[in-house]
Design a protein around this ligand. Structure first.
Ligand SMILES: [Zn+2]
Ligand SMILES: [Zn+2]
Length: 154
């Protein structure tokens, strides 16, 4: 009996859209570079450093590590509605997700690897806040979700 209940929990946790209380602890590019940085902290937490490109402008953007929160710090100003490109600031590889487009606006998406946990897919259109957190491993994630989060999704 207990086993059945657990299975249900895991199923629901596999795809968790619009969750607000998860703090990203680690994010990698597809080549394995660590994107977390202490250079810029957002609410005292390490941010996710990504190279951003829009038209002929290029700079760095520090993404809010709290999933579902958008207090990003960007070196370049991009008007809402424009589509940007993300690259790894270390090896230069594109962070574009070739497999998915945004479910809200059909723009291209980016993907970050969360080692051992899953991945984050997000929209590359400025102002579109469509993000999906895909959790592959329930066990490792379990340690990082707080009780409110568990309650919320159940
Ligand atoms: Zn890289
Ligand atoms: Zn979008």
């Amino acid at each position: 009996m207990a086993g059945k209940v657990d299975e249900k929990k895991v199923k629901k946790l596999n795809l968790v859209p619009h969750v607000t209380q998860i703090q990203i602890q680690s994010a990698h590019c597809s080549k394995g570079c660590d994107l977390m940085t202490e250079e810029v902290k957002i609410r005292g937490m390490k941010s996710i450093k990504v190279k951003i490109k829009w038209k002929d402008k290029e700079g760095l953007i520090y993404l809010d590590p709290e999933f579902g929160s958008y207090k990003h710090v960007s070196e370049i100003d991009v008007p809402d509605g424009e589509i940007v490109e993300f690259f790894c600031p270390h090896c230069g590889t594109s962070l574009k997700n070739e497999e998915e487009i945004c479910r809200s606006c059909s723009a291209p998406t980016f993907v970050f690897d969360l080692p051992g946990e899953g991945e984050i897919v997000g929209c590359l259109r400025k102002g579109c806040f469509e993000h999906t957190l895909k959790i592959v491993s329930f066990d490792s994630m379990h340690l990082e979700v707080d009780e409110n989060f568990i309650k919320m999704i159940m």
